[in-house]
Write a protein that binds this ligand. Structure first.
Ligand code: MG
Length: 340
């Protein structure tokens, strides 16, 4: 992946110190051997060594966090950037019902950020990694060069996460069937509402509760429970927004859906529009057969029924019932490369 230019820069003086600083912060899990997880050897060799268990599938996800696209340095404290970088990948694992096994982090930083900014980033990253017992098992670093007009370089953080699921038990987007009930965990729209507030009043420090945008909580316990109890027919995490992610699930399952506006668990500070299209809530959306008894709480988070899966008809893919009227719900969440 690294081009000739970035390779040369990666070998510039300073990289060893950068790696040493990150290695110092990698959690004890990275060197604890295969007793607990499948990581046999982490940072320190050319490759990490994994020893998968019999009867398990490995799942892999990768997520890019790019400055000025996924975060802004003047709005997001470094702790939040580190937390969110890992949370995005963990949320994908949650949506598959997976247990996190190892994280790999590639980081490009302008030289002026290799001190306290990096430590703040690692504070946020490692606090979440410790909570979910995922070892930082490797990665890469590079110096991000100044851009045009000698403006400061940009931060790029790329995360790869590995998880394990009992063979054949991964929760998939493709299993929803007509008649299934649609559920979401937690509440929706809080992330978009907080992001709007950040634009007016940037956050400081690293308070981690009550910040759905700065410090989202990936729903790993809920995902594992859904997988273990075989409750869900289909699942996806809400990263791009309900309207967009539900459409993804419908596409993969070849079905359509109807949601009820009044049933949506809208976050206290959010509007209905933010709950429908806001994105980055990192809650789980899943479907279950109508006769399946789904608990009101899963892994410590509330669960709400918000609609039904229907046969795939003509467009629209997703409809919303609001004030006794049914209208098409356009996928208006986040989408890279979409023409404005
Ligand atoms: Mg996802």
């Amino acid at each position: 992946m690294a081009g000739e230019r970035t390779r040369k820069q990666a070998k510039a003086p300073g990289e060893r110190e950068l790696i040493a600083a990150i290695r110092l912060r990698a959690n004890h899990l990275a060197s604890s051997g295969p007793k607990e997880g499948i990581l046999a050897f982490g940072i320190g060799d050319d490759c990490a060594v994994l020893r998968p268990r019999r009867g398990e599938d490995l799942v892999v996800t990768t997520d890019l966090s790019l400055e000025n696209v996924h975060f802004r340095r003047d709005w997001h404290p470094p702790q939040s950037v580190g937390h969110r970088c890992l949370a995005r990948g963990l949320s994908d694992l949650a949506a598959m019902g997976a247990r996190p096994e190892a994280a790999f982090l590639s980081l490009a930083l302008p030289s002026e950020l290799t001190g306290s900014w990096l430590q703040g980033f690692l504070d946020g990253f490692m606090a979440l990694a410790e909570r979910h017992r995922v070892p930082l098992a490797g990665g890469d670093t590079a110096k991000s060069p100044p851009g045009a007009q000698k403006k400061g370089g940009l931060v790029v953080a790329d995360i790869v996460l590995l998880g394990s699921v009992p063979k054949g038990k991964s929760l998939l987007r493709s299993g929803a069937r007509p008649g299934d009930v649609i559920y979401v965990t937690g509440s929706l729209g809080g992330s978009a509402a907080e992001l709007l507030e950040l634009g007016r009043r940037p956050a400081r420090g690293a308070a981690t509760t009550g910040h759905p945008h700065l410090y989202p909580e990936p729903r790993l316990a809920a995902g594992r429970k859904l997988m273990r109890r075989g409750l869900a027919t289909g699942a996806i995490d809400l990263s791009d927004g309900l309207s967009t992610d539900l459409a993804h699930l419908c596409d993969e399952s070849r079905v359509s859906a109807e949601i009820d506006a009044e049933a949506l668990p809208v976050d206290g500070r959010a509007s209905l529009e933010q709950a429908l299209h806001g994105g980055e809530d990192y809650e789980l959306l899943f479907t279950a057969r109508p006769k399946t008894v789904v608990p009101r709480q899963l892994g410590g988070v509330s669960v709400h029924a918000i609609g039904r899966i229907k046969k795939q008809g003509r467009k629209p893919l997703v409809e919303i019932a609001r004030d006794g009227k049914r209208t098409a719900l356009a996928a208006a969440g986040w989408e890279h490369f979409r023409q404005a």
